[in-house]
Design a protein around this ligand. Structure first.
Ligand SMILES: Nc1ncnc2c1ncn2[C@@H]1O[C@H](COP(=O)(O)OP(=O)(O)OP(=O)(O)O)[C@@H](O)[C@H]1O
Length: 512
């Protein structure tokens, strides 16, 4: 310890007539003072030939007795920072225990070695030439995959450069925690965007009782209990998104994120960063903070890759690698990151045909289609059309604060329609009608134009077709308005119950 560190400086009158053997230079080390030669109570110190303060002999004796350098290694080992000191050539002459613990290298591998041989890119090496201090926050040490806050100070003795000391904190845990916080808040952001959709899904629930559809839901329920990759096939608007949500919600991952990526709406150039993310500053135009990809957002949860048929061939290879290794390659980050994600993909395209054409990878197809669920189009789920009309009428009545019924004509028109846009089209059509209808009933003219054109086409059918149509309409009308009570309907229409059943079968009327 130096005197200059502990003395209170003040100019002392030179009239004191101090003996010269009581005066020492200010930069002297405590241990260099020979206490036995001192007679008086105080020892005086001078700087530039001026006495600038004194310290009691007792204090000097006490400090000499304590021999601070004996405690020094122990103190240094007890602080949580890692410390290393090198001489002016880079040779390591000191490292505390925490240095060895943080870096996972035993001290005997460090002391006496050159820092240049141990960590080629260590910042302390720079100080050997600049003689300037360095403070770095959140410094990434590549070889150890650790983050540290580091202070590096040059060491001088009598203005001569003698080496450098580096003091650093391991902040890997905090950094990782921070990353997790950022990831979670990105998930929350993603969820916020979907809140409206989720609200709607909750209210509308899954509707479907058609045997084909029920078989599909049962299969989905079995599959949901496993982690296997699922490929959902089906035309636009049949409910692929709904089904993948259903699988996630019934899986053990239900409380974890469900993240969606529509491969058709993301430009080819962005899809890799959307899926895998990138490190800050890894390419021109990259955000400073970097970006967390959907795979990382979905960690422990499910990722839904919609319109997978639109993914580019190059991207398909990267996706396959992730599916096979369970790791992602973040752009700008050399080490791969492990993720635990269940993958559900969907498409309305014929992937086998795409394989033949050479635009879809066969190996990816087999990896994705371990389980394939095909959703039947709405036109093949006659009975579900009725259920969906009723369900959406209910839903939109509530939403728009109305209490509308549907006229028989409008009902028949909806039932006979071919529904190329499937459930989405039906849903939109009911919403359209509910919004535009004043009064208490939705009539044919309240439906979108395409249904009215269909009604006009009726003029060109044969008499028999027209009669059949009318008969079906009357039957349906009676069944609906009598709550599907067949006995009552047969009575009202003046026909036997058997005849009624025959006609129901003939006109393929599905009973609820
Ligand atoms: N079984 C169902 N019961 C009630 N509503 C459904 C059902 N299936 C789908 N829907 C509704 O139909 C609409 C279309 O569904 P979804 O988006 O899941 O279809 P998709 O097949 O994924 O469409 P796309 O091919 O355009 O991606 C949504 O509004 C959804 O709520």
């Amino acid at each position: 310890m130096k005197i200059s560190d502990i003395i209170k400086k003040s100019t002392i009158s030179s009239n004191l007539n101090i003996k010269s053997n009581l005066i020492f230079p200010l930069d002297i080390n405590i241990d260099q003072i020979d206490i036995n030669e001192i007679e008086g109570e105080f020892i005086y110190f001078e700087d530039n030939k001026k006495i600038i303060g004194n310290i009691s002999k007792n204090l000097i004796a006490y400090l000499q007795n304590k021999k601070i350098h004996n405690f020094f290694p122990d103190i240094m080992d007890k602080i949580k920072e890692g410390i290393i000191a090198i001489d002016e050539n880079g040779k390591i002459f000191y490292a505390n225990k925490n240095y060895s613990k943080i870096l996972g290298i035993p001290l005997y591998h460090i002391i006496g070695k050159y820092i240049q041989d141990i960590e080629k890119e260590a910042s302390i090496i720079k100080v050997l030439s600049t003689h300037k201090e360095i403070f770095k926050k959140n410094n990434y040490i590549k070889s150890l995959n650790k983050y540290v806050d580091v202070k590096i100070l040059p060491l001088f003795i009598k203005n001569e450069f003698k080496g450098a000391i580096s003091i650093f904190n391991d902040i890997t845990e905090i950094t990782n925690l921070n990353k997790e916080v950022i990831r979670i808040s990105s998930v929350a952001e993603e969820y916020n965007q979907k809140l409206e959709l989720i609200k709607e899904l909750k209210n509308s629930k899954i509707v479907g009782e058609d045997p084909k559809y029920l078989e599909l839901i049962t299969k989905a329920l079995i599959v949901s209990k496993t982690d296997v990759t699922v490929l959902i096939l089906g035309e636009n608007g049949v409910g692929k998104d709904v089904l993948s949500n259903f699988i996630h919600n019934n899986s053990k991952r239900a409380s974890k994120p469900f993240i969606t990526l529509n491969c058709a709406t993301i430009p080819e150039s962005l899809i890799e960063s959307e899926l895998f993310g990138y490190e800050g500053g890894s390419f021109t135009g990259a955000k400073q903070k970097g970006k967390i990809g959907k795979f990382q957002l979905a960690d422990q949860g499910t990722i839904f890759l919609d319109e997978i048929g639109d993914m580019s061939f190059a991207m398909q290879a990267k996706l396959l690698r992730t599916l096979e290794t369970g790791e992602i390659e973040k752009i700008g980050n050399e080490s791969n990151i492990k993720v635990d994600v269940r993958v559900i993909a969907a498409t309305n395209q014929n992937l086998e045909k795409k394989i033949e054409e050479g635009s879809f990878r066969e190996d990816l197809y087999y990896r994705l289609s371990i389980i394939t669920l095909e959703i039947p189009p709405l036109r093949e789920r006659n009975h579900d059309i009725i259920l969906l009309i009723n369900s959406y009428l209910n839903y939109y009545n509530k939403k728009y604060n109305k209490n509308l019924n549907i006229s028989t004509k409008a009902y028949s028109a909806l039932l006979e329609y071919n529904w190329p846009g499937n459930i989405r089209e039906l849903k939109n059509c009911i919403e359209h009608a509910v919004i535009l209808t004043n009064g208490d009933c939705i009539y044919l003219e309240n439906l979108p134009k395409k249904f009215q054109n269909k009604a006009l086409e009726d003029k060109f059918v044969t008499l028999e077709e027209l009669l059949n149509k009318k008969e079906k309409e009357i039957l349906l009308n009676s069944l609906i308005s009598n709550n599907w009570n067949k006995e009552k309907v047969a009575k009202i229409l003046g026909i036997g119950q058997r005849t009624l059943y025959r006609k129901i079968k003939k006109y393929e009327i599905k009973l609820p």
